[in-house]
Design a protein around this ligand. Structure first.
Ligand SMILES: *Cc1c(COP(=O)(O)O)cnc(C)c1O
Length: 401
């Protein structure tokens, strides 16, 4: 009997998982099926709720063969039973939150995470009667003391944006489960090459596929991985009804990008380490945050939980707005642009007043602690796949003045 794909090495899985030959096709690359509807040759229900498991393809908002292949590849890489693809990371995030939470429920969330997620939890969920407690999830005690009887979900992001804090997935899964809550992990910065949260006890894994997994800055997408039992209701409600489905073309592009994910992550890590070490020795740089540096406050936990430190480096210099302007004008290789995880290097200033005060809504001691680390803002640097010496030379010219 052929060896199961899930038993093969990670590079083999990234290339072959999900890409089984479709009936009647002889193509080696996955078929791109750009069809919103399908010929149906037997009676099937007109409600996505009533579709049985072996239902034929009916309508692409319910399921599409190309998107199915991407979902299978992601599930295999995440050691998950199942996966659902969405049109963006935010569609996946909102789908997971609205699909899991009901009026009267409570959620504990990382207090410095992706701003879109923070804003949905604070502004949208609150309108539907869901209460959110933001905590610094890099300290387990904070999570434990925020849990209540009504807590249904703990939501962490590790490494987090832009502080690159690490949350202990295994320990948090234990306290959440002991309280009857589920654990969702936004693993966008880590990718399954670094961390597989399901293996550590997490229930749901969220990705923005727009970042490392697609990897080329040309297609938006998102995903939720987890057990069949948790994902089945999400598939009909969060995907088909809320409707943030992925285009099959994007599924095809993202699958193409994923084939090289393991080797790209190895190079992202090597380049990020070189950049982080360069920055740490630069007299103008006041602080460098990178989980791979011994100076990172949670370097030990990162080394235990991550097989790869990924490619995100945050750093601080004096007069951050002036430096941002110089970067916009003078960088030659690195793009001054948001987003992350692309083959191209991207850098952006995340201003503390925008992010910590507006998006995260931090105040009091939490804001003070954030300011102590981030000052007036952190440059979030997504270190790309160019030659490390070219990336460093580009940065060195603008930091030099
Ligand atoms: C980008 C990002 C998201 C949102 O994903 P989109 O694809 O932009 O909708 C969510 N979480 C993290 C950590 C991200 O970096």
């Amino acid at each position: 009997m052929a060896k199961k794909i899930s038993a093969r090495g990670i590079k083999t899985r990234a290339i072959h998982a999900g890409e089984d030959k479709r009936e009647g096709s002889s193509s080696s690359a996955p078929d791109l099926v750009m069809s919103s509807t399908f010929h149906v040759d037997r009676e099937v229900s007109f409600s996505a709720n009533n579709l049985d498991e072996d239902a034929p393809y009916v309508y692409t908002r319910w399921a599409n063969p190309t998107t199915d292949q991407l979902e299978e590849k992601l599930a295999v890489l995440e050691s998950a039973e199942a996966c659902i693809a969405f049109s963006s990371g935010m569609a996946a995030t909102t789908g997971a939150l609205l699909g899991q939470l009901s009026k009267g429920d409570h959620i504990v969330m990382c207090d410095t995470n992706y701003p879109g997620t923070a804003e949905v939890a604070r502004n949208t969920l609150s309108r539907f009667g869901v209460d959110m407690t933001p905590v610094d999830t890099s300290d387990l005690a904070n999570v434990a003391s925020a849990l209540r009887d009504e807590t249904r979900l703990v939501w962490i992001e590790t490494p987090s944006n832009p502080l690159l804090n690490i949350a202990d997935i295994e320990a948090i899964a234990d306290v959440a489960h002991a309280h009857g809550a589920l654990l969702a992990v936004d693993s966008t910065f880590a990718t399954p090459i670094a961390t597989r949260p399901i293996e550590l006890g997490a229930d749901l894994v969220i990705h923005s596929l727009t970042k490392y997994i697609g990897g080329h800055g040309d297609a938006m997408g998102g995903s939720i991985c987890g057990s069949e039992e948790l994902l089945a209701p999400l598939r009909s409600e969060a995907l088909s009804h809320i409707g943030g489905v992925m285009s099959p073309f994007n599924a095809w592009l993202i699958m193409r990008g994923m084939a090289t994910l393991p080797i790209r992550m190895r190079e992202h890590e090597a380049n990020a380490m070189a950049v982080a070490e360069y920055l740490e020795n630069h007299p103008r740089v006041e602080k460098v945050l990178y989980p791979g540096l011994a100076s990172h406050p949670q370097h030990e936990l990162a080394a235990k939980q991550m097989d790869n430190f990924s490619g995100m480096v945050s750093f601080r210099v004096a007069d951050a707005p002036g430096m941002a302007e110089r970067m916009m004008r003078e960088l030659e290789i690195i793009h001054y642009a948001v987003s992350l995880g692309h083959h191209r290097s991207l850098i952006y200033l995340l201003r503390t007043d925008d992010l910590a005060e507006t998006s995260f809504g931090l105040s009091g001691d939490a804001l003070k602690a954030y300011r102590e680390t981030a000052g007036e803002g952190l440059f979030r640097f997504s270190v790309g796949l160019e030659n490390a010496e070219d990336i460093i030379a580009d940065l060195d010219r603008v930091l030099h003045h």
